[in-house]
Design a protein around this ligand. Structure first.
Ligand SMILES: [Zn+2]
Length: 94
């Protein structure tokens, strides 16, 4: 297990990642500022198709959703607040 105890502030490998890749199931974000792996604010713009299933009264639910396009605008660490130190790593044993 890797956790916040493994802080390596001088380690700043590849800081120009494709942040959108960090949302893929086989990848994850890591804050190189504080080693956070689990808490991020992710701002995206998305284009989506959603199936809205409505009652005649107007209430309803979304029963299907397909993200057609997604751009990650920023990823900010919830622990230290940095958004300039986020890297994208492959998930081990994905
Ligand atoms: Zn951080």
């Amino acid at each position: 297990m890797t956790d916040a105890a493994d802080v390596a502030p001088d380690l700043a490998p590849d800081l120009a990642p494709d942040l959108a890749l960090g949302l893929a199931p086989d990848h994850r974000f890591r804050c190189e500022g504080c080693a956070n792996l689990t808490r991020f604010d992710v701002v995206t713009t998305e284009r989506a198709r959603r199936f809205h299933h409505l009652e005649l009264g107007g209430q309803g639910t979304i029963e299907e959703e397909e993200i057609l396009e997604r751009t990650v605008e920023s990823v900010t660490c919830r622990w230290c607040g940095r958004s300039d130190a986020i890297s994208v790593l492959p998930v081990e044993n994905a």
